[in-house]
Ligand binder design. Structure first.
Ligand code: ZN
Ligand code: ZN
Length: 353
């Protein structure tokens, strides 16, 4: 058991094994994965700190096996291989009743508001479980289905991908997964922009590995200049779809500039400041007749079905897993992510070194 480190809000501690309540199950965790949200918690970022009332077990990306059923749980057995949607929704608000549970007014998140998955066991409502096929989803991939769900939700939020020119800004972990989905779905071209050297290098390595793809993949560093001219020249005047995964104001503005008239921008990246200046607003958005769409979470449970379907048909995400560490090396995983040296850091509670 480690004591809190100076300046860190997160530490390792022994806790009693939790007991599932009415309608809940306990899952023995096979693998978990570190998310950007966990990094923000680790650094006690103002964007997440008010949502937490410690002590709480953090972590919301995981897979494992059911090992105990609470009262009233039907349709599940001990030993079932599962992941879970960790957004817990009310089911009663207008959003929930309209089939939009991913934007429930009363969303609570396991790993923030209640105990999560960076542990040997997690208790979740049975209604949030998702059954996994071990032949399709190995544990090191099952560990980050939550994040893959963000990627798939973002790509599917565009009206279509096949045969269209796509620009993806931000090749972090979710951006990298979204890029794989875009290629898998047969875009006419995929242009990736990224500024962090580590992510840029991984984007180039992936594009090189996919050199035989029917979808030409270009990776550009916008800091080098000439971005607009280069993209327009290779996309017949502009892209049809922008998937904005970075939250960087410059990326949002150049994405709007690069969209061909009647194009679509899907926004998942969260700008670090609450206000955003859109330059040349009328010409870039209104006169081009653009569609802008925000994406949060995963549709329950349509996005889960779609991503499991993509994995079953061969969507390859092995390159996303850059590091596998013991759970207690969480700090090292965060440092790797902070330095943009990792995409997905998968944690194993059973691994000892
Ligand atoms: Zn996550
Ligand atoms: Zn609700």
């Amino acid at each position: 058991m480690a004591r809190p480190e100076p300046g860190a809000a997160v530490y390792v501690e022994d806790l009693p094994v939790p007991t599932p309540g009415e309608g809940e199950v306990r899952v023995r965790i096979a693998r978990a994965a570190i998310c950007g949200t966990d990094r923000h918690i680790f650094h006690w970022d103002p964007s997440v700190a008010p949502m937490l009332s410690p002590p709480v077990v953090i972590g919301h990306e995981f897979c494992g096996h059911i090992d105990a059923l609470g009262p009233g749980v039907e349709g599940w057995q001990e030993g079932d291989y599962v992941s879970a949607e960790m957004h817990l929704v009310c089911g009663r608000c207008r959003a929930c009743r309209s089939g939009n549970r991913h934007v429930c007014e009363h969303t609570r998140i396991a790993g923030l508001h209640r105990d999560g998955a960076f542990a040997e066991y997690v208790v979740v409502p049975a209604a949030n479980l998702v059954r996994l096929d071990p032949a399709v989803v190995p544990p090191h991939i099952g560990a980050f289905l939550d994040a893959l769900g963000n990627a798939v939700h973002t790509v599917q939020a565009a009206s279509s991908i096949a045969g269209r020119h796509v620009l993806l800004s931000g090749y972090g972990a979710i951006g990298a997964m979204a890029a794989a989905v875009v290629e898998f779905e047969g875009a006419a071209s995929l242009t990736i922009t990224e500024v962090a050297p580590g992510h840029l290098e991984r984007a180039r390595a992936w594009a090189a590995a996919r050199a035989d793809s029917a979808t030409p993949i270009r990776v550009l560093d916008p800091g080098r200049g000439g971005l607009v001219e280069e993209v327009r020249a290779t996309t017949d005047g502009g892209v049809d779809v922008v998937l904005e995964m970075s939250g960087a104001p410059a990326a949002i503005n150049s994405g709007l500039e690069l969209l061909y008239p009647a194009g679509e921008m899907v926004l998942l990246g969260i700008p670090s400041r609450p206000d955003l200046l859109v330059e040349d607003f009328s010409r870039r958005i209104i006169f081009k007749g653009l569609t802008l769409r925000g994406v949060v979470g995963r549709r329950m449970f349509a996005t889960w079905e779609e991503m499991l379907g993509l994995l079953a048909r061969g969507l390859d995400l092995e390159h996303i897993v850059t590091h596998r560490l013991p759970l207690r090396d969480f700090h090292r995983g965060v440092a790797l992510l902070d330095a943009a040296e990792a995409h997905k850091v998968v944690l194993d509670p059973a691994q000892t070194d």
